[in-house]
Design a protein around this ligand. Structure first.
Ligand SMILES: [Zn+2]
Length: 61
């Protein structure tokens, strides 16, 4: 396993992380990549925002 995740892996981890608890190794690789990759940081912010908005929408019924 490479230390450095690719943008593709990171985008997958970000969306999976919304549905399940990521392992320690996965989190480490995710955070390492986010430290150096602005594109994936933006993507992460968006996915969290969208998920939170959807959750509010669903909870409101
Ligand atoms: Zn990236």
């Amino acid at each position: 396993m490479k230390i450095m995740a690719t943008c593709k892996e990171v985008s997958e981890l970000l969306s999976q992380g919304q549905d399940r608890q990521l392992g320690r190794g996965e989190k480490l690789r995710l955070n390492l990549h986010l430290l150096v990759c602005k594109g994936c940081r933006n993507f992460g912010d968006q996915i969290v925002f969208i998920r939170a908005a959807m959750k509010r929408y669903v909870e409101r019924g």
